[in-house]
Ligand binder design. Structure first.
Ligand code: AMP
Ligand code: ZN
Length: 111
């Protein structure tokens, strides 16, 4: 299986890592949509956040904790954590990931 985020976990393609934990890594999004735009992903491949929750709840808990840490480190601790799930919700990479968006006012509802 050819998965871009598995390749980042393996170090086969470069990324700007901001955190490496036991079960997750966090890195800068290639196309930032806010002053802070970091992706937090499980090291193991799971298709989306629901699959991750079912298979490895500890990894999901670590992911959420790292997201909060990134928002504290890079911004003022206020952030949005987004899991696009399925193509019609905007998921383009089929490896579970949370977007941490922070550092500017965010509108609601999202588009
Ligand atoms: P989604 O549309 O929710 O699946 O989000 C995928 C995100 O991954 C997008 O925001 C892309 O900018 C980002 N992305 C894709 N490839 C890379 C990469 N090689 N390094 C960093 N971010 C990436
Ligand atoms: Zn993967």
């Amino acid at each position: 299986m050819d998965c871009v985020f598995c390749r980042i976990v393996d170090g086969r393609i470069p990324a700007t890592l901001v955190h490496e934990g036991e079960r997750v890594i966090a890195f800068q999004d290639l196309s930032p949509q806010a002053p802070t735009h970091v992706l937090v992903i499980p090291k193991d491949h799971h298709q989306d956040v629901g699959a991750l929750a079912a298979a490895d709840p500890r990894a999901l808990a670590e992911l959420v904790a790292v997201a909060a840490e990134v928002a504290r480190d890079q911004a003022d601790g206020q952030y949005r954590l987004v899991f696009n799930t399925g193509p019609s919700a905007g998921q383009t990479v089929m490896h579970a990931h949370g977007h941490v968006l922070a550092g500017r006012d965010l509108t609601w509802p999202p588009g």
